[in-house]
Ligand binder design. Structure first.
Ligand SMILES: O=P(O)(O)OP(=O)(O)OP(=O)(O)OC[C@H]1O[C@@H](n2cnc3c(O)ncnc32)[C@H](O)[C@@H]1O
Ligand SMILES: [Mg+2]
Length: 198
């Protein structure tokens, strides 16, 4: 049993919200942070975990509810792990298409064998804004950066992320399949185990 009936999802990203909601199912009543505020907190942490905690605390403070936050991104080996925690801001806040264009540009001429990457997801759950023991779960998804976008599903960097085990990009995977395999799916599966709702 989920230890509470209701929680707020601390994300302003529609793609993430859809995936998280699908993964949580009806285990808990999910509220959106958009009901409480449209202002996004500054992500000042140096790690996915710090940023996830910061977003969860902010949402719990605004809503008075337990809060679940997701901080995620793409770490490219050839770029020393960039864009990493800066994935959303890679092209200075110009959005997904600009982020993808920049990534393709900086990887121009890099051969397939050197295009390994992983999606990273850190989930943080706080019971209240000052929770001294947030629950943290992480998930990784290994793949490779394509030379051109493929597929229409998903969001963010999905059209550039080749998934070797599926022989397609993550934007070519139907939502239900991505939600079984992704970095977010792995982190959520661990969270459900921790909460005893697996
Ligand atoms: O912080 P919130 O409000 O949750 O929304 P955000 O979009 O700013 O989220 P992050 O700060 O965690 O940044 C995540 C970045 O990584 C990308 N990303 C994360 N998960 C992804 C996925 O499953 N598929 C494609 N791109 C993903 C996403 O597009 C963003 O550019
Ligand atoms: Mg963000």
């Amino acid at each position: 049993m989920m230890p509470f009936k209701e929680l707020v999802l601390a994300s302003h990203n529609a793609g993430k919200l859809k995936e998280l909601q699908a993964m949580l199912g009806d285990s808990v009543r999910v509220r959106s942070i958009a009901e409480f505020s449209t202002i996004e907190p500054e992500e000042t942490g140096l790690s996915f975990i710090e940023n996830a905690i910061l977003k969860a605390r902010n949402a719990a403070r605004l809503s008075g509810l337990p809060a679940l936050a997701d901080d995620s991104g793409l770490a490219v080996d050839a770029l020393g792990g960039a864009p990493g925690i800066y994935s959303a801001r890679y092209a200075d806040g110009q959005g997904d298409a600009a982020n993808n264009a920049k990534l393709l540009h900086v990887l121009q001429g890099v051969p397939d064998a050197e295009r390994d990457a992983q999606f990273v997801c850190a989930l943080a759950l706080v019971r209240h804004a000052d929770d001294p023991l947030p629950i943290i779960c992480e998930g990784l998804w290994h793949g490779r950066i394509l030379h051109a976008p493929r597929g229409e599903h998903g969001f963010g960097y999905d059209p550039l992320f080749w998934v070797p085990e599926c022989d397609c990009s993550s934007a070519e995977l139907p939502a239900a399949e991505k939600n079984q395999l992704s970095h977010r799916a792995r982190a959520m599966s661990l969270l459900k185990q921790r909460l005893g709702i697996a």
